[in-house]
Write a protein that binds this ligand. Structure first.
Ligand SMILES: CSC[C@H]1O[C@H](OP(=O)(O)O)[C@H](O)[C@@H]1O
Length: 345
């Protein structure tokens, strides 16, 4: 089902979003037709994942253009609404890039903007299949000739993209080639993108999966229970430093210590060549309540606060391979996005 689930779909006058906050228990969609509802959906992670946010941002410009016409906004009001979409979440560069890609079409009207957003959506799906093939080729060329044990963190699947997925796109391709024994999916606190979303996608696709506590990941790796880790990304700097869901750097450190590859799967739209290194990547800090409550019950003493960074940055020296839609960069061996920038579509 998730091979063709549509995370984001344009209805002609709004955006139909698969509501990821209620998965895996319920498959429900919401349709947003105004900027306020769209920004809320982005911030609540109804729609989430860097490439999916890029597509959503582009369609968000079409929503702003339609709402401006409907409500009689002037250009300044329309542009302010577009900025609200662009800035709804800070870390995934794709969101701003998706908005920026749609901006030149504003003068031609909402339909032209939506057509460009649809082109971005279609490119993302094609790119994810290419990432899957390049990533599976690279991993299988370097591995024993048997099904492999793969570890992944958070959700970088069809639900985080326009379809097929990036990290899960690699895993789907490996599975299609008969080369996945098991996938260890980190549950990924606090919002459980791994337990709720990755496990759902893999279950739907018939790919064997075990959910584990985030804290188990380094031990699983150091005990030799995983052959490779494959994760997504939200923003990659020119030197290959990579921002991804909080907990990713622990996976990377364990991979390095255990001598197994850490593979980052991401389209070039996630690469921010304007950033020399990861020091400039904005890290989203989310509400403390995501940490201090569980199912509506407070799990932390009333007087105690919480620290809730949603992302961390893995140094380039720990990124064995960055798999893009144009090929594989062996980053820790010194091949950086800056060096291969000419490949960026
Ligand atoms: C294919 S990008 C997926 C990427 O986005 C996730 O963040 P969030 O769920 O907060 O949008 C996570 O970092 C994934 O690796």
């Amino acid at each position: 089902m998730t091979n063709d689930v549509r995370t984001v779909e344009w209805t002609g006058d709004g955006l139909r979003l698969l509501d990821q906050t209620v998965l895996p228990g319920r498959v429900e969609y919401v349709v947003v037709r105004d900027v306020g509802a769209l920004v809320d959906a982005i911030r609540r992670l109804v729609v989430r994942g860097a490439p999916a946010l890029g597509v959503t941002g582009a369609f968000g410009v079409a929503i702003a253009v339609r709402q401006a016409a409907r409500e009689g906004w002037d250009d300044a009001g329309r542009d302010a609404a577009i900025t609200r979409v662009r800035e709804a979440r800070p870390t995934a560069v794709n969101l701003a890039a998706g908005v920026d890609r749609a901006l030149p079409f504003v003068a031609k009207g909402a339909d032209a903007v939506a057509a460009e957003a649809q082109a971005l959506l279609d490119e993302d799906v094609r790119g994810n299949h290419a990432i899957g093939a390049f990533g599976a080729d690279w991993i299988l060329r370097r591995s024993a000739d048997r099904p492999l044990r793969v570890l992944t963190h958070c959700n970088a699947g069809a639900l985080a993209t326009a379809g097929w997925g990036t990290a899960l796109g690699v895993i789907r391709e490996m599975h299609d080639r008969g080369r996945v024994e098991i996938v260890y999916a980190d549950e990924t606190r606090p919002l459980l993108q791994g337990a709720r979303l990755t496990a759902w996608e893999l279950d739907q696709a018939g790919i064997p999966c075990l959910v584990q506590a985030d804290g188990a990941a380094p031990s699983t790796i150091l005990r030799g229970l995983a052959d490779v880790a494959v994760i997504g990304a939200d923003r990659i700097a020119a030197n290959g430093d990579t921002a991804n869901k909080i907990g990713s750097v622990g996976v990377a450190l364990a991979c390095h210590a255990a001598g197994i590859p850490l593979v980052v799967a991401a389209p070039w739209s996630t690469v921010d060549l304007a950033l020399a290194d990861g020091g400039g990547i904005p890290i989203e800090e989310r509400p403390a309540g995501e940490i201090t409550t569980w199912g509506g019950i407070r799990t932390v003493p009333d007087r105690v606060g919480a620290f809730n960074p949603a992302f961390d940055v893995t140094p380039a020296r720990l990124v064995t391979a960055l798999v893009t839609e144009t090929g594989v960069l062996e980053v820790s061996a010194g091949v950086t996005p800056r060096q291969r920038a000419a490949e960026k579509p």
